[in-house]
Write a protein that binds this ligand. Structure first.
Ligand SMILES: [Zn+2]
Length: 248
């Protein structure tokens, strides 16, 4: 069997596949890798979380960036990669998707909230940092553009921020616990489009492997964990995944 046939077989026979996705799965939806060499964060200085909390000037900068940034997500649609992951999890009625992406495309392709764990949050809505109340981003942006003041919560007066995890912001503990538990359930763990360079998230493939799961890495570039992979495919994700369509 060649690598792609082995990949298909592994997915077919898996009882609990866990997918771990990164920027590479969304590039085919036209969403750039923000941390990559030409990414948003190479040309825009990120606002550190502590500065956001402490300084109105930084919050104003943050929201100015956010208004500019929103065009990156508007009208983007899930691609074949997202859709096939959703189909596999739904057909098997088991499995999970852990993602480093903030674009909401796994949910938009049909996974339910409890089938996806977002390690870096979600860029399609905003939350109060104090009471966690959710806010529609469109309204917050409109309001910000009108008054040019950083938005605060109408319930508790806490600062509102997009629901993403900023640089310097602690990883969400609850999500990390869920991701770890899901990783330990995996009999096959599939990394799709993550360069596995951001810790602590990048530890999950190793946890899965140590726990006896088969580790599959699909990425168009090398990762530092390639030598741990049982199946390693350096190719386009949509192309690799489209072979899986044959099986359902
Ligand atoms: Zn609040």
């Amino acid at each position: 069997m060649n690598l792609e046939e082995q990949f298909i077989e592994s997915i077919l026979h898996s009882n609990y596949p866990v997918f771990f996705t990164g920027a590479g799965i969304s590039t085919n939806s036209g969403i750039p890798d923000f941390r990559g060499p030409k990414g948003f964060w190479k040309t825009n200085k990120p606002i550190m979380f502590q500065d956001f909390v402490n300084q109105e000037s930084q919050r104003l900068k943050y929201w100015t960036q956010s208004v500019e940034f929103k065009s990156n997500f508007q009208e983007k649609k899930p691609n074949e990669g997202h859709i096939i992951i959703t189909d596999i999890i739904n057909e098997k009625e088991s499995g999970h998707c852990i993602t480093q992406n903030v674009d909401n495309l796994h949910q938009r392709s049909g996974l339910k909230e409890d089938q996806v764990t977002e390690l870096h949050g979600n860029a399609t809505y905003a939350v109060c940092l104090n009471c966690q109340k959710k806010f529609e981003l469109v309204k917050i942006h409109q309001q910000f553009q009108e008054v040019r003041q950083s938005p605060s919560c109408d319930e508790c007066d806490g600062w509102i921020k997009t629901a993403t995890i900023s640089f310097g912001q602690p990883m969400p503990e609850g999500k990390m616990i869920i991701a770890q538990a899901e990783t330990l359930k995996a009999d096959v763990f599939i990394v799709a489009g993550s360069s596995l360079s951001v810790f602590p998230a990048a530890n999950f493939p190793l946890i899965a492997k140590e726990n006896g799961a088969k580790l599959i890495i699909i990425n168009n570039e090398e990762t530092q964990f390639d030598h741990f992979a049982d199946i390693l495919i350096h190719d386009d994700i949509s192309k690799t995944f489209s072979n899986l369509k044959i099986i359902h």
